[in-house]
Design a binder for this molecule. Structure first.
Ligand code: NAD
Ligand code: UGA
Length: 460
């Protein structure tokens, strides 16, 4: 079959894989190829066991793979072959040199730019899908401009707003698609080309355009605003615990104001995931770089509150369990950073597990999708850790349950059965406020929610 467009995506991760699968699904007359420097990832995308767990993704990959969606290893050849190139490589926080622990590490990004420049034999549209500091497209353009001959590159910014766990529905029905371009003749032509792809399934009024720098900055700001809401509600949860107010009631009352809205007001053990912290720190670094120290400090406090929330939660476990955890068995329910994903990057569960082990507790971890990643995250840490998928077997013989991920299945557990199998007095720390606290208290648990009064059977 002759395809109308030949599209490449460099980077087959949580964004590259799902976003290209949806383009392939919605545009059967386009050929999409996804490449990666990690051959194991490509093998996994070509297998029955995809490297990313996302509800609904396996069905879409099955329908398109081998027809118009391909996962390949020959990066150089694919750069030559394709006309439109999405770049969705990782952009983690820098761990060395200037800007360490703050700025984005752009080494993978720059390598990709150089690779595109070196192996291109015809003009191309290059699209930033990774999240990047403002003005990164300028660096990309400078590198690409050094290509020999008549080859021309148009660089567009098209940040991705999907969330993990809901990637398929977010990609199929996005709130908006943002495309940043130069207002030059060729910039506008490239922009029209990309709009043409999204317009196959996204209503035109949801496809918005801007200059490249606004587009790059909007992505960082969207994540910063979302994370700020989580930190705002978590900061108030601390006050609730001191005043007998209930954070769910406060969030409901506040969120019903249509100017505020009710989303992202769930108090918990703090946000995780590969992006919120990294993107805010990136924003903080940019503000400091431009001499805006007050603005930098404002956004940095969002990350500080997130760390405080996790420290507070851990201190509560230790204090409630008579200030010693040595030799006690603690069952962690949920290790992924949110429900419906196996991703554990920056998951608060990593911090909590490390602290529990440092107190010499024995940790039993249960999760329906994240046990493989949990074992990688905790490898080499001193102490006893067990990984048991079945929550009932994991909890048996434990002193405490600690809920760290909002998986639906934890709401449906038979807590009477679990209580009967645990050491008494049994403790339950609900880091997500997802279970029926009163019912568990009535069963016999000492229950410690977030931002609500504890329900304890102990007399003061
Ligand atoms: P990821 O680590 O899952 O995937 C990135 C992939 O790029 C890896 O498989 C890596 O091997 C590959 N790679 C790195 N350098 C390469 C090169 N030179 N050539 C080919 N492949 C290369 O990362 P991710 O979660 O998919 O995130 C990618 C980008 O998208 C980041 O900038 C992130 O901030 C952004 N983003 C992520 C999400 C999300 O939900 N994870 C959502 C929106 C935006
Ligand atoms: C987030 C954004 O929602 C996406 O729009 C963005 O594209 C993505 O980051 C990215 O750039 O990587 P994601 O991190 O996958 O998506 O998941 P979220 O649903 O945003 O949750 C982030 C964290 O906040 C999770 O740990 C979640 O449990 C926590 N959270 C979220 C709360 O604690 N309370 C809430 O009310 C909402």
């Amino acid at each position: 079959m002759k395809f109308k467009k030949k599209i490449l995506c460099i980077g087959a991760g949580y964004v590259g894989g799902p976003s290209m699968a949806i383009i392939a699904y919605k545009c059967p007359d386009c050929r999409i190829t996804v490449v990666d420097t990690n051959p194991n990832r490509i093998d996994a995308w070509n297998s029955e066991d995809l490297p990313v767990y996302e509800p609904g993704l396996d069905k879409i990959v099955k329908k398109t793979r081998g027809k118009n969606l391909f996962f390949a290893k020959d990066i150089e050849n694919q750069i030559k072959e394709n006309d439109i190139i999405f770049v969705s490589v990782n952009t983690p926080t820098k761990t060395y040199g200037a800007g360490a622990d703050m700025a984005a590490d752009l080494q993978y990004w720059e390598k990709t730019a150089r690779q595109i420049m070196k192996h291109s034999r015809s003009s191309k549209i290059v699209i930033e899908k990774s999240t990047l500091p403002v003005k990164t497209a300028l660096a990309m353009e400078k590198i690409l401009a050094s290509a020999k001959g008549k080859i021309k590159f148009d660089v567009l910014s098209n940040p991705e707003f999907m969330a993990e766990g809901t990637a398929v529905s977010d990609l199929e029905n996005p709130d908006r698609v943002l495309i940043g371009s130069h207002e030059t003749k060729s910039g506008l032509k490239a922009r029209a080309e990309l709009i043409g792809i999204y317009a196959r399934w996204v209503p035109l009024e949801k496809i918005i355009t801007s200059n490249i720098w606004s587009s790059e900055l909007s992505k960082l700001v969207a994540n910063a605003f979302l994370a700020q809401r989580v930190s705002s509600i978590n900061s108030i949860s601390a006050l609730c615990e001191k005043t007998d107010a209930d954070i769910s009631e406060v969030a409901k009352a506040v969120g019903m104001d249509s100017r505020i809205g009710d989303k992202f007001l769930k108090a918990g053990i703090g946000f995780g995931g590969s992006c919120f912290k990294k993107d805010i720190l990136n924003l903080v670094y940019l503000c400091s770089y431009y001499g805006l120290q007050e603005v930098a400090a404002y956004w940095e406090s969002v990350v500080k509150i997130n760390e405080y929330q996790q420290e507070r939660f851990m201190a509560n476990i230790l204090n409630s369990m008579f200030s010693t955890l040595a030799g006690k068995k603690i069952c962690i329910l949920g290790f992924s950073f949110k429900a419906d994903t196996g991703d554990t990057r920056e998951s608060p569960a990593i911090y909590i597990s490390q602290k529990l082990l440092a107190e010499h507790a024995e940790v039993i971890i249960s999760d329906p999708k994240a046990l493989k990643n949990a074992a990688i995250d905790l490898a080499g840490i001193k102490g006893t850790v067990k990984y048991i998928e079945d929550p009932y077997r994991a909890a048996a013989g434990c002193h405490a349950l600690v809920i760290l991920t909002d998986w639906d299945l934890y709401q449906k557990l038979d807590f009477q059965k679990i209580y009967s199998s645990m050491v008494k007095p049994a403790f339950l720390f609900d880091g997500r406020n997802i279970i029926d606290h009163k019912k568990c208290f009535a069963i016999g648990f000492n229950v410690y929610p977030i931002g609500k009064p504890a329900l304890s059977h102990f007399k003061n």
